[in-house]
Unconditional design. Structure first.
Length: 157
């Protein structure tokens, strides 16, 4: 194992997942890939994205300048918390996150995913409940915060 993916939606449970993932990659000198899925007002199309990761006022057409601005926000949010750890990459992701996560596993881009727990009402409309999604994965997933900051769910893998 060499690569951990932190899949973030910028919420409290993601902060707990980040702390776990950072401690793990530091202890083993692995790479941390911080991935954030851009929400969209459309189910399948992702050509409209939020104007701000933390205070989205409206959705705008995706363009290189807006994507660069959002990636900078993501980097700035985590940079201070990373301290002196530099083996990290950032990625803004498109598409439905459960589908994209499976694609990343199939392409061997991630060895393990760590993410904050998402309640059903916080998930995308067609998303499976977190426990069902995780139990169907053949790859390793740690899901943080279903009952507080030190609680986590592991899938069978």
């Amino acid at each position: 194992m060499t690569t951990i993916g932190l899949c973030t939606h910028i919420c409290e449970t993601d902060d707990w997942a980040f702390n776990f993932a950072l401690n793990l990659v530091k202890a083993h000198n692995w790479q941390l890939n911080i991935c954030h899925w851009l929400p969209s007002p459309y189910r399948l199309r992702r050509d409209m994205i939020p104007d701000d990761l933390f205070h989205p006022q409206k959705s705008l057409p995706a363009n290189p300048q807006l994507l660069a601005q959002l990636e900078l926000q993501l980097r700035q949010y985590y940079d201070e918390r990373l301290g002196d750890f530099t083996n990290v990459a950032f990625k803004l992701c498109e598409g439905m996150y459960q589908v994209e996560m499976v694609r990343c596993f199939r392409q061997h881009l991630l060895d393990l995913v760590v993410m904050g727990y998402q309640t059903q009402d916080a998930l995308e409309p067609d998303a499976k409940p977190m426990q069902e999604f995780a139990s169907n994965l053949t790859n390793q997933l740690v899901n943080f915060g279903h009952q507080g900051p030190s609680s986590y769910l592991l899938n069978h893998t």
